[in-house]
Design a protein around this ligand. Structure first.
Ligand SMILES: Cc1cc2nc3c(=O)[nH]c(=O)nc-3n(C[C@H](O)[C@H](O)[C@H](O)COP(=O)(O)O)c2cc1C
Length: 229
C-alpha cells in the first residue's frame, strides 16, 4: 500500500497521545472486485488511522464462504474471528447495491457469533461506518450499517462517510483524490480514534445491563435450588 499522504495537512492533525498500546482498528469492506472502491476507501482510511497513531488490519473477504456453508473452523472464518477479537474498534465500508449493503459485507458480519462463551465478540467496541455509491450520494447503507452495529452491541460514532460516484474519486494508482469527501474521511477516522481512546477500559461497564444481571441471578438461584433438592 502506498504510504504517501499527499492530501493531508499533517500540521492540523491532533497530537498522537500514546496511552498504553495503539488503538487496534479492524477494517472490513464489502466487495471482491479487483478495482473495488470500497476497498480503496478502506485502504485510504487505514493510512489515515495509522497516521493518527492506530494499528490497523484489513480483512480480505475473498474466499470467505457463505454463512453456515462451511464449518466454523474454516481458515477464513477463523482469520475473521481472530481479527474481530484482536480489535478495539472497527471501520465498516460497504458499497451500496440495490439500495442496501452488499451481500459480501453482510456475510462477514453473519459469520461473527453472537456469543463466544458468555461474551459477544463485538460488544463494546467502537465502530465507524462508510459507504461508496455508484450514483448520487445516498445514506441507505450507512443507516443499515448503524442498525447492524446496534445488533452487534457496538458503539457507533456520530460521524460517517458516504462517497457518491466513487469511480470519480480515485486516481489510477488507487489513491483518493483531494476533495471534501476525503476530508470527511479524515474527520471520521479522527473521531473514531478519539472514541476508541475514551472507551478503552470501560467497555464492560458500558455494556452491562440490568435485565441481563437479573437473568443471570435467576439462572444461578435456579441451579442452586436444583442442587439442594
Ligand atoms: C448489482 C448492483 C447494484 C448496485 N446498486 C447501487 C445502488 O443501489 N446505489 C448506488 O449508488 N450504486 C449502486 N451500484 C454501484 C456500486 O455501488 C458501485 O459500483 C460500487 O463502486 C461497488 O463497490 P466496489 O467498487 O467496492 O465493488 C450497484 C452496482 C451493482 C453491480
Amino acid at each position: 500500500m502506498n504510504e504517501d499522504l499527499p492530501n493531508l495537512d499533517l500540521e492540523l492533525l491532533p497530537p498522537n497521545d500514546e496511552d498504553g498500546h495503539k488503538p487496534r482498528i479492524l477494517l472490513l469492506y464489502g466487495s471482491t472486485r479487483e478495482r473495488s472502491f470500497s476497498r480503496l476507501l478502506t485502504e485510504e482510511a487505514a493510512r489515515i488511522l495509522r497516521l493518527l497513531g492506530a494499528e490497523t488490519m484489513i480483512f480480505e473477504p475473498s474466499g470467505l464462504p457463505l454463512p453456515d456453508d462451511a464449518p466454523g473452523d474454516h481458515p477464513k472464518v477463523r482469520e475473521l474471528l481472530d481479527l474481530v477479537l484482536w480489535s478495539e474498534g472497527q471501520v465498516w465500508c460497504s458499497p451500496e447495491r440495490h439500495g442496501s449493503m452488499s451481500a459480501v459485507f453482510k456475510s462477514q458480519i453473519d459469520w461473527i457469533p453472537l456469543t463466544l462463551g458468555a461474551v459477544r465478540p463485538t460488544q463494546g467496541k467502537t465502530l465507524a461506518v462508510m459507504q461508496v455509491c455508484g450514483g448520487s450520494q445516498s445514506f441507505n447503507t450507512v443507516n443499515q450499517l448503524r442498525v447492524l452495529g446496534r445488533w452487534m452491541r457496538m458503539l457507533t460514532i456520530p460521524n460517517q462517510s458516504s462517497v457518491p460516484k466513487a469511480f470519480m474519486e480515485f486516481d489510477e494508482a488507487g489513491r483518493m483524490k483531494p476533495s471534501s469527501y476525503y476530508d470527511r474521511v479524515v474527520d471520521v477516522m479522527e473521531e473514531l480514534v478519539k472514541f476508541t481512546r475514551l472507551v478503552r477500559g470501560r467497555e464492560a461497564f458500558l455494556v452491562d445491563r440490568y435485565s441481563e444481571r437479573k437473568e443471570s441471578a435467576e439462572e444461578l438461584s435456579k441451579r442452586v435450588n436444583q442442587r439442594s433438592i
